[in-house]
Design a protein around this ligand. Structure first.
Ligand code: FES
Length: 168
């Protein structure tokens, strides 16, 4: 899926944040918010506009797990596989996510609705297993909770589609 990059918008984002501490992180966060990931063309524009090397920009974009160089699904699910979550059942949680979504870690569903990712620690070890769904933390997740999370998102999507059809 090819995204259209609005060069003017990228310039505005860079202008707004450049010269502040951690500017590249803030700029890339806003670019990712807009496109859902960090397209190469956008990174080149950021490097030019912020007067930074492309290596610097890629360095930040690849260092932080929160950034993605690949398109993500509309709903992003991130499961922790860290040691604390592992001993509390993360492996069966990840298996259930993969089964429910019919994708593996690091993949996006063919309809572009879901992407799944695992990380090594999300900083909430005592509450594991942790799954972050569209930025919202779910704690002490088990396979039944996974099924509920996925079912809730799917029925929300169906409802939104029905509402859209009803208003057309
Ligand atoms: S190990 Fe999962 S949040 Fe730290």
């Amino acid at each position: 899926m090819e995204v259209q990059i609005d060069a003017q918008e990228i310039l505005e984002i860079v202008d707004k944040h450049k010269d502040v501490y951690g500017d590249l992180i803030v700029i890339l966060e806003e670019v990712q918010e807009k496109y859902g990931y960090l397209p190469e063309e956008a990174l080149r524009l950021v490097a030019d506009a912020a007067n930074r090397s492309l290596v610097d920009v890629y360095g930040v974009a690849t260092f932080y797990k929160a950034f993605s160089l690949q398109p993500r699904g509309k709903h992003h699910l991130c499961a922790c596989r860290g040691t604390a979550c592992h001993v509390r059942g993360a492996p069966v949680v990840v298996e259930e996510l993969e089964r429910q979504l019919e994708i593996n870690d690091g993949e996006t569903t063919p309809d572009g609705e879901f992407s799944l990712e695992t990380v090594s620690c999300l900083g909430a070890c005592a509450l594991g297993p942790i799954v972050v769904v569209d930025g919202v933390y779910h704690s002490k997740v088990n396979p039944a909770a996974v099924r509920k999370i996925v079912t809730d998102i799917r029925s929300e999507t169906v409802q939104q589609e029905a509402e859209t059809i009803a208003t057309v």
